[in-house]
Design a protein around this ligand. Structure first.
Ligand SMILES: Nc1ncnc2c1ncn2[C@@H]1O[C@H](COP(=O)(O)OP(=O)(O)OP(=O)(O)O)[C@@H](O)[C@H]1O
Ligand code: NI
Length: 388
């Protein structure tokens, strides 16, 4: 039964750069349900990572989430803010964007956690892997024993170096208990001889093993939602499959939800329950995996699927559909469907911004073909559009 843990509504993120305003994420909406893996797929530059970072509140200047809501189901927080910030509460949900900064920060770790493509950059090279995971455990323990004041000061998050820099400028001290938990976590993610490996430094780990360690660190806070941004892209195919299986096992065992970001339809096919397809900062089609793969409506989704010979092969990469990935600079974006200039079925109707059409409540699409058949007599010359 569908029970959302996260409801993203009209999330919009812009970067205010010297070249102009970049509309990286445009009015994106989706739910992540309890215990599911929701995938976001799209070509490079379509806004997947910025969506992930926006959800977990890690957008930095010159970027800003300018609009939208991030409803997170958490009874305790809803209770806490029902009186003081009624607009931020709806039933058991709180809109994370409307919570005080300190509270938002305290959600990193116990509520939201993240694994990235490059584990090396998220570990501090001068501390052992065990120490850094134990640190994440301690942050979590402190947060639990003192829910308010400590939580708002700590940086409980899957970034070992960040935690280390913040709490322990020069050396690490972690309790024996936290170290034991760290070893347990390393064991849980399938690292052999976890007790010995815990005393090693990041550079002594292989890429795959370090990726496992980063997952262990992200799990230290027992998060409700794990955001995984291209977690296997840097790894070779065999290791990729192992890490994906691990994430799946952990997701089932811990009952957490995963937001999986990838450009790889093979990963989506293998892992996800539901999927959102991104193009030019928008989710252009969203629905259950089977429906998106078997009955895609958006010509972009059809193109993506048509470009892969074998969806069971996780090494398959997206072949770009002919034409250019659009500029996301505000002044250069057309007042039309963003895909129209590459779309084989572009019609006169497409020369305006397209809303999200609901097909059956679970499947939605940003395309006029949701409502009507393609009519070749109304076709527009996409080349003309491209030159606009
Ligand atoms: N710090 C930044 N400053 C300016 N623009 C940015 C910044 N970060 C991202 N963008 C822009 O936002 C858009 C979306 O980028 P994003 O990283 O989300 O793409 P992506 O779908 O994750 O691509 P990839 O598959 O290559 O990781 C791009 O046009 C990118 O140039
Ligand atoms: Ni990305």
């Amino acid at each position: 039964m569908a029970n959302p843990i996260l409801k993203i509504r009209n999330l919009t993120t812009r970067f205010f750069t010297e070249e102009g305003q970049v509309n990286a994420v445009e009015s994106v909406s989706f739910d992540v349900e309890d215990g599911e893996i929701f995938g976001i797929v799209g070509e490079s530059g379509s806004g997947k990572s910025v969506t992930a970072l926006s959800v977990i509140d890690l957008i930095e200047s010159p970027g800003r989430v300018t609009e939208g809501e991030i409803w997170y189901r958490n009874e305790a927080l809803a209770e806490e803010f029902r009186g003081s910030r009624p607009a931020a509460v709806d039933g058991d949900f709180v809109d994370v964007r409307q919570l005080p900064e300190g509270v938002r920060r305290s959600l990193r770790g116990p509520s939201f956690s993240m694994v990235f493509q490059d584990p090396m950059s998220s570990f501090n090279p001068s501390l052992t892997v065990g120490e850094q995971i134990a640190e994440a455990v301690e942050v979590q323990r402190r947060a639990r024993s003192n829910p308010r004041s400590t939580r708002s000061r700590t940086q409980g998050y899957g970034l070992g170096s960040l935690i280390a820099d913040t709490l322990l400028p020069s050396q690490s001290y972690v309790s024996e208990e936290s170290m034991e938990r760290a070893v347990e976590l390393l064991d849980q993610v399938g690292i052999p001889d976890p007790e010995d490996r815990a005393d090693e430094y990041p550079h002594q780990f292989s890429g795959g093993m370090l990726q496992r360690a980063m997952i262990a660190q992200a799990l230290a806070g027992e998060p409700d939602i794990l955001v995984a941004d291209e977690p296997t892209t840097a790894l070779d195919v065999t290791i990729q499959a192992q890490i994906l299986n691990l994430l799946r096992d952990l997701q089932e065992r811990e009952g957490m939800s995963i937001l999986m970001i990838t450009h790889d339809l093979g990963v989506i096919a293998r892992m996800c329950d539901r999927v959102g397809v991104m193009y030019a900062g928008e989710i252009v089609e969203r629905g259950p995996l089977g429906e998106i793969f078997d009955a895609p409506v958006h010509p972009y989704t059809q193109g993506l699927l048509g470009s892969i010979p074998d969806v069971d092969d996780p090494s398959t990469r997206l072949e770009p559909i002919s034409g250019n990935v659009p500029s996301l600079i505000d002044s250069e974006m057309p007042d039309a469907c963003y895909f129209a200039d590459r779309c084989p079925k572009a019609m006169n109707d497409c020369l305006t911004r397209i809303p999200e059409y609901e097909l059956d409540g679970r499947h939605s699409v940003r395309c006029v073909l949701a409502e009507r058949e393609y009519d070749p007599t109304e076709a527009i010359d996409s080349e003309v559009l491209a030159d606009d």
